[in-house]
Design a protein around this ligand. Structure first.
Ligand code: ACO
Length: 318
């Protein structure tokens, strides 16, 4: 049997920080409202000369270093991003050029929003498990600051920029135990970015029905945990860490409760980073790996949820 294993993780956050106090000067909001409703205190914003490729490269190189894998050993590049540098070439192809590793498949997943990283992770896992490839680089890279309406307080306070990456490699030991992906287009109206190159030349911004999305997230993710645990015949008490998408602290608290995990067994970055969409799971994973909280052999539940709706999970023996 071949399994995939997380060989290394990496991340990158732009230097500029926008605090809730800064936002108080921009829209009709308060630090107290944002912290109470979301848990977010600040977020990072990309500089004008940064884009999805430059962020992805920083995170990707850090993950390769941590894994001890050379760029030339990567056999697939997947970049999840709702904010690609261009429609095509893909962010993954532009990154491949920077790495100088022409030849291997490289593609973006941009329609799965905040669930994009879990989709990329699952695809790479499938290719490795079948023996088709040995190593894959999976990255979430987002500049949400470029697609939010900075006059809309119901969305602009939520998001941030950043990139996170993992190198997945083949292993004879069971590490990635299973992945689970779902989508439900009937909820297309609760979160969307009506920007399509075949539809409109004008730049659009994110539209969201936050409270409906909140309830859907809690319900769908709860079912997803049950599905993921049942697929592996594992009890929730065996899970060591929840590594969730960082949309809202209240959603994360509900998810921790569902797994009966105390909050100190949940990777939280949203207080400092906001919601970085498809970058948030690898960013949270990398933070906890690098500071030593997550250790080899521990069992991780990873989950992502975003516009589409699209959602997915992975159960990983780190
Ligand atoms: N500051 C102050 N007041 C605000 C703000 C703000 N920034 N934003 C909204 N309000 C007001 C609203 O206008 C409303 O006022 P009203 O009662 O007078 O009408 C009130 O606060 C309550 O608004 P709700 O939307 O009901 O607030 P809620 O408690 O639901 O919190 C939030 C909103 C934070 C957006 C929450 O619903 C949420 O996190 N939803 C889920 C988001 C999510 O999961 N996203 C993940 C996917 S993201 C992706 O895929 C890219």
């Amino acid at each position: 049997m071949i399994y995939s294993k997380i060989l290394g993780t990496g991340s990158y956050l732009p230097k500029r920080i926008l605090t809730n106090a800064d936002l108080e000067k921009m829209v009709d909001t308060t630090d107290a409202w944002i912290v109470e409703r979301t848990g977010i205190k600040q977020r990072h914003l990309a500089a004008p000369d940064e884009n999805a490729v430059t962020l992805a490269e920083e995170a990707g190189r850090a993950a390769l270093d941590a894994a001890g894998v050379k760029p030339a050993e990567i056999e697939m590049i997947i970049v999840a991003s709702t904010t690609p540098q261009m429609v095509f070439p893909s962010t993954a192809c532009l990154l491949q050029d920077r790495f100088g590793i022409a030849g291997c498949p490289a593609f973006d997943l941009n329609a799965t929003a905040c669930a994009g990283f879990m989709y990329g992770f699952s695809i790479a896992d499938q290719y490795i498990k079948t023996g088709a490839i040995k190593n894959a680089l999976v990255i979430g890279s987002e500049l949400m600051s470029r697609i939010v309406d900075w006059n809309d307080r119901s969305t602009c306070v939520l998001f941030g920029d950043g990139a996170g990456a993992v190198v997945l490699g083949a292993s004879s030991e069971p590490h990635v135990l299973s992945t689970h992906l779902h989508a439900d287009g009937t909820h297309k109206d609760v979160l969307y970015l009506p920007l399509g190159t075949s539809k409109t030349p004008s730049l659009e911004t994110v539209k969201m029905t936050g409270n409906a999305l909140f309830k859907l997230a809690v319900n769908k993710l709860g079912d997803l945990f049950d599905e993921t645990l049942a697929a592996n015949h594992i009890q929730k008490s065996e899970v060591d860490w929840l590594v969730p998408h960082q949309a809202n602290i209240r959603i994360i608290q509900a998810m921790a409760k569902k797994l009966s995990l105390p909050m100190d067994r949940v990777t939280i970055t949203l207080d400092k980073q906001g919601n970085t969409s498809s970058a948030s799971i690898p960013l949270a994973l990398d933070a906890a790996v690098r500071d030593g909280r997550i250790k080899r052999g521990q069992l991780l539940m990873m989950e992502g949820f975003g516009g589409g709706l699209a959602w997915g999970s992975a159960l990983v023996r780190y």
